[in-house]
Design a binder for this molecule. Structure first.
Ligand SMILES: [Zn+2]
Length: 260
């Protein structure tokens, strides 16, 4: 029996990467099959996230976000809505902390309800970390040893350094991924691309959900370190910093002057 994608235990089940519930069924969208050649990896009981509530959490977190393609929306109003209703919308309190207002955005066929609040980033990072390890196992046929850092290109930061940092990381990752092609049998739901290894031994996998939600995962293998960023040293010393990336300039303000 194959070993688990994450540890040395025997794999007792096949874990879907990403979770199967993100892919609409024929019952939800009869026109097309969105469950072709789903990616699976061997998993032990401990590391099979389907046994935790994380799969459902991720589905509710990702589907129906502004920027998604129509498949994401349809899924949101089908399976996701049913999952929410089943648990009297309590699941939503876990996905979005400090839930504030439900915005109603007019669309061609009625209204689209949008929640505004702070997503449970810590749990999202955890989910994405599992997907990253599993996808690595699938793509490279080897277990990843090291640390991963995930970055959510789709989250909107109000302003200040977080917003600038978000733009900067996204731009930087896109440069590293230039010329690479997406991989995936159900690209409307999920596809990914892998960068080359850079001079520091790091590489990036970009995950794309529902055509519009991008998550960049940086893989830092054991024994490798992320290069020290000189701009961060300036910021820590209270000096504003500008990072230039190709033709674009990113301005960062030290914390005490920042408008965050
Ligand atoms: Zn395991």
């Amino acid at each position: 029996m194959d070993k688990c994608y994450r540890c040395e235990e025997p794999g007792t089940s096949a874990e879907h990467v990403p979770p199967k519930c993100l892919f609409p069924t024929r019952a939800d969208i009869p026109e097309k099959d969105y469950r072709i050649n789903l990616i699976t990896v061997p998993s032990c009981d401990l590391h099979n996230t389907a046994k935790s509530m994380d799969d459902e959490f991720l589905m509710v977190s990702l589907a129906g976000i502004i920027g998604n393609n129509s498949i994401g929306y349809l899924h949101k109003f089908g399976k996701v809505e049913r999952a929410l209703r089943r648990r009297s919308y309590k699941l939503l309190d876990k996905v979005i902390l400090n839930k504030q207002i439900v915005h109603r955005i007019p669309t061609n066929n009625g209204f689209l309800e949008v929640l505004w609040g702070t997503p449970d980033i810590k749990r999202l990072h955890n989910c994405l970390q599992n997907i990253a390890y599993a996808l690595h196992f699938y793509h490279f046929k080897s277990k990843f040893k090291g640390t991963v850092k995930s970055h959510f290109g789709y989250l909107h930061y109000s302003k200040g350094n977080s917003a600038t940092w978000n733009e900067f990381i996204t731009k930087r990752a896109e440069i590293d991924l230039k010329g690479k092609s997406y991989i995936g049998s159900n690209p409307d739901v999920f596809k990914y691309m892998v960068s080359d290894t850079d001079k520091f031994g790091l590489y990036i996998i970009k995950l794309c959900f529902y055509g519009g939600l991008s998550v960049y995962v940086v893989f830092i293998p054991e024994g490798k370190t992320v290069p020290e960023n000189p701009a961060m040293q300036f910021l820590n010393a209270g000096i504003p910093a500008v990072i230039t990336l190709h033709d674009e300039k990113f301005h960062f303000e030290p914390k005490h002057q920042s408008s965050e």
